[in-house]
Design a protein around this ligand. Structure first.
Ligand code: UGA
Length: 469
């Protein structure tokens, strides 16, 4: 199948490359020529595990190419995947102007009939508007356009795995031929006919084939927003439990483990910490809230989840202020900048808000992240960027873990302790083992459990009742 991918961001690049990997002939395009230049030089404008190798392999095989010529790219594909960003507008609604622009371009430049597939996350009923735009702008054309919705469920950091081994494939269509085309496109994935899977080096674990769910276009669009909002709700719920645990002397890790063993709840997305960031959950829950408000549905449940998330940095910094007395002039090392591990993406990353707030308090901020330093430098040019965690610890009065990179776990924490002015760690992701950290002499604060220092302070504050001795 000849496929065009519009948009070379995270979703477009992974989608285009993986579609080439399963045998299709794919051309990817973007209106940002610099991205195409980078790709044509054999590099990637983003970091995503396995993607580099996969791009190189498919370009070499002649199945994947990149062009800045939008018109030419549109003419090539029988199927066009729209993978254009839908960033939040000032009021939180999704900005769908990129999709509208794509519709006009497709209608103008097409020289054959096309199936136009929305992969971008869009508000429900966008498919209807896309169909209308294609009809209006293509009214003088001889070609016909069908529209489908095929939401992506790609997690950054494991997007290639998620594409090649999905839990489900959702296709929202309004006619049988679109369904058949999409079934044909995804057949190698549905039947797990991967020749040389880059994630498992050809030896993929046995897994039930993913269900290909066919729905209406509206339902497919809604599935995506409903999923991301539910994941956000789940995280905020875990954080609410964490706050109760801290107040009542329980441990959120134990509580969520106990919850997750119930198959109706499940263990995933119950990690308490600094909350959810990235370019999906925060913007999608906001867009879903605006959508609900527009149609008069009570969305207070979603608003509360968003509010809980916004307050995570407040409670984290309150704890730090308590332990450090004041943040002013303190040397603080932030360990982790990306919104989650295995990505260089810092969009809506909790670490960005954390750094802003530390600077507002006049702390001296140093940072380290295995992948996200360059991107952060553009936002905070004047903070100190360290070559490794040991440089970060050197002279620091506290380290704050904002991203749970697995390699932070295996650092030589005894050495870090020796390098620090004060062995104090605020673990915003509950990455480290409290007992081990305390054994190494750290004053250690996690999330959703009182530190030993906090527990002792609380005991001292409770007057003993007469006769209790
Ligand atoms: C999310 C969804 O998980 C994907 O299914 C979806 O396709 C994607 O958005 C999208 O819409 O494109 P992603 O943004 O890559 O994927 O990241 P997640 O793995 O969902 O993590 C989001 C945030 O939640 C991160 O900041 C992470 O640290 C935080 N999180 C996650 C927690 O705080 N606790 C958890 O238990 C899990």
């Amino acid at each position: 199948m000849r496929i065009t991918v519009l948009g070379c961001g995270y979703v477009g690049l992974v989608t285009g490359t993986c579609l080439a990997e399963i045998g299709h002939s794919v051309v990817c395009t973007d209106n940002d020529e610099s991205k195409i230049d980078i790709l044509n030089q054999g590099a990637l404008p983003i970091y995503e595990p396995h993607l580099q190798e996969l791009v190189a392999r498919n370009v070499a095989a002649g199945r994947l190419s990149f062009t800045a010529d939008l018109a030419e790219a549109i003419r090539v594909g029988d199927v066009i995947f729209i993978c254009i960003g839908t960033p939040p507008l000032q009021n939180g609604e999704a900005d769908i102007s990129g999709i509208d622009g794509a519709a006009r371009l497709i209608a103008r430049e097409a020289r054959s009939s096309k199936l136009v597939v929305e992969k971008s996350t869009v508000p429900v009923q966008s498919g209807r508007k896309l169909t209308r735009a294609l009809d209006i702008y293509g009214r003088n054309s001889r070609w016909s356009f069908s529209v489908a919705s095929n939401p992506e469920f790609l997690r950054e950091g494991s997007a290639v795995l998620d594409f090649l081994h999905p839990d489900r494939i959702v296709v929202g269509v309004s006619d049988r031929s679109s369904e058949l085309l999409l079934r044909e496109i995804y057949r190698p994935i549905q039947q797990q006919e991967l020749r040389n899977c880059p994630v498992h080096e050809g030896d993929c674990p046995r897994k039930n084939p993913p269900e290909l769910l066919v729905t209406s276009i509206n339902s497919a669009e809604l599935i995506k927003h409903a999923c991301n909002s539910f994941l956000a709700l789940k995280i905020s719920y875990a954080n609410l439990i964490a706050d109760i645990c801290e107040s009542m002397g329980a441990d959120v890790e134990e509580v969520t483990r106990g919850m997750g063993l119930d198959p109706r709840i499940g263990p995933a997305f119950l990690n308490a910490g600094l909350g959810f960031g990235g370019f999906c959950l925060p913007k999608d829950i906001q867009a879903f809230i605006r959508l609900g408000e527009k149609v008069g549905v009570d969305v207070s449940l979603l608003k509360d989840a968003e509010l809980i998330n916004k307050r995570r940095i407040d409670s984290f910094l309150a704890k730090a202020t308590q332990a450090l007395w004041t943040l002013k002039d303190k040397h603080i090392g932030v360990l982790g900048l990306a919104f989650k591990p295995s990505t260089d993406d810092i969009r809506f990353a909790p670490a960005m808000e954390l750094i802003t707030r530390l600077l507002d308090e006049h702390a001296h901020v140093s940072v380290y992240d295995p992948q996200a330093m360059e991107k952060t430098r553009t936002l905070f040019p004047s903070i100190h960027y360290c070559a490794d965690p040991y440089e970060l610890a050197d002279g620091a009065e506290a380290l704050m873990i904002a991203t749970e990179w697995p390699e932070f776990k295996s650092l030589d924490w005894a050495r870090l302790s020796r390098l620090m002015q004060r062995p104090l760690v605020f673990d915003g992701r509950n990455l480290l083992d409290r007992n081990e950290m305390e054994r190494l002499g750290f004053e250690y604060y996690g999330v959703g459990v009182l530190s030993t220092a906090e527990a002792e302070a609380r005991c001292a504050a409770v007057p003993l009742s007469p006769g209790s001795r």
